[in-house]
Design a protein around this ligand. Structure first.
Ligand code: ATP
Ligand code: MG
Length: 425
């Protein structure tokens, strides 16, 4: 026998029994985002490698070691997107979407990063990604956060906590960066391998280290707060005031940085204590320089991305899990004539009620076997067609859940009768 083909490491299947949570998350996000005036868009999964290098930054973990990059048959270097903001920024420029106008958009889909797979960390994962372009804020910064807060509420998720920081203008950030490099150079012997590598290109990222041995050194590091320019400080203060006004709890964390280079001013992250060490469920921030850096008109912007696997894991822990959608009607058809008539009958039922969930018992079998399958399907009603019913031009209707009398009905009247029965159950 041939060897069984294994899934690619870190790339999982989302099975039917998990889909109820996924659907609920995605449907809720779609509704909530529409309620704030955000329009969905879709950008390609593959972009030129150059786009990610220029936006995310050459010295980030993502670009240095996590990208799925390949040369295609035309000799172009392409990359499976590790995140969505770069692609959206590219799409905004390619399609001239802003040109001074404001834009609120979102997208959803798979992202790819060659990380070490573990619970909550995969090589293919999914994000809901939201972006607002053309707004200088901080009102839109507050709106971004309010959207996420509303999503948590709608999804019944409460073990999340909002952390907030400002990285200041590029100048303030650079001054801070220099100070950090000095500090960590003075303690170089205490740095782990990752941090030593980051010291050269991306020293802010050292603050984001997940290594507990680095904790004390990071806790004693200088804070961005001392380097913040006046305007960024005011921006952050106003955002905090808006959040207090709208009742969103937050925690200022001057050590919060982001793993991507394009952030300026506001950065935020929702974390949870319910998922172990992969605790970030949604992260975002302002990227005022990115569009210009990619060759577009200078356009202020802010966005966030939510890790769907992690949010689904939180939903699965909460009590309000959505039920799996069982069929409403299961068609039991025994005998050749019944089988042929059954398919037609199922079509008639779906014609009459387009959202009716009808499961046809395909593949035949005797009454006992078919009823067992009908029971297992979770359907509320069985519609039964056997030789006996065929001869008389009727179908039997048997309630499966919650009991009740078996009745009979002419085939023509059946769709209306089913609709009526389901309404009164
Ligand atoms: P982390 O610190 O956990 O590596 P990150 O800062 O790299 O996260 P972002 O690039 O900001 O994450 O992505 C936004 C969100 O996407 C994260 O908050 C997280 O929920 C999710 N995410 C990121 N990487 C992965 C992954 N490899 N597998 C699953 N979810 C992920
Ligand atoms: Mg990461």
């Amino acid at each position: 026998m041939d060897r069984i083909i294994q899934p690619v490491r870190g790339m999982g299947d989302i099975l039917p029994e998990q889909m109820a949570c996924w659907r609920r998350l995605e449907d809720t996000a779609r509704e909530v985002l529409a309620a704030y005036g955000y329009a969905e868009l879709r950008v390609p999964v593959v972009e030129s490698t150059e786009l990610f290098k220029r936006s995310i930054g050459e010295f980030t973990d993502i670009v240095e070691k996590e990208m799925y990059t390949f040369t295609d048959k035309s000799g172009d270097s392409l990359t499976l997107r590790p995140e969505a903001t770069a692609g959206i920024a590219r799409a905004v420029i390619s399609n001239g979407l802003t040109r001074g106008a404001k834009l609120r958009v979102w997208c959803m889909g798979p992202m790819f990063r060659h990380e070490r797979p573990q619970k909550g960390r995969y090589r293919q994962f999914h994000q809901i990604d939201v972006e607002a372009l053309g707004f200088t804020g901080p009102d839109v910064d507050a709106e971004m956060i309010l959207i996420t807060a509303r999503l948590w509420k709608r999804l019944g998720i409460d073990r999340v906590r909002l952390q907030l920081n400002s990285l200041g203008t590029p100048a303030a950030r650079n001054a801070y960066r220099q100070r950090l490099v000095e500090y960590f150079r003075d303690h170089e012997a205490a740095l782990d391998e990752d941090s030593r590598r980051r010291l050269g290109g991306n020293p802010l990222r050292i603050l984001d280290s997940k290594n507990p041995d680095m904790r004390a050194l990071i806790d004693a590091a200088p804070l961005i707060t001392e380097y913040l320019d006046e305007e960024s400080r005011l921006h952050l203060d106003t955002l905090c005031a808006y959040l207090r006004e709208t009742g969103v709890e937050f925690h200022l964390n001057p050590r919060l940085v982001r793993g991507l280079d394009y952030y300026t001013r506001t950065v935020f992250e929702w974390t949870t204590d319910a998922l172990g060490s992969q605790d970030a469920v949604c992260s975002g921030g302002r990227y005022d320089g990115l569009i210009a850096q990619l060759g577009g008109e200078p356009t202020p912007a802010i966005g966030w991305a939510m890790g769907q696997e992690r949010v689904v894991a939180l939903m699965a822990q909460s009590e309000s899990q959505p039920p799996v959608e069982a069929p409403q009607v299961c068609l039991v058809m025994v005998g050749e004539r019944a089988q042929a008539a059954g398919l037609k009958l199922a079509e008639a039922l779906r014609d009459a009620q387009p959202d009716l969930r009808v499961l046809a018992n395909l593949g035949g079998g005797n009454f006992k076997a078919q009823f067992r399958r009908a029971d297992r399907s979770g359907a509320q009603l069985a519609v039964v067609l056997g030789d006996n019913e065929m001869e008389r031009g009727v179908a039997a209707i048997k309630p499966l859940q919650g009991g009740g009398e078996q009745t009979e009905c002419g085939l023509v009247e059946l769709p209306a009768r089913i609709e009526q029965l389901l309404q009164t159950r």
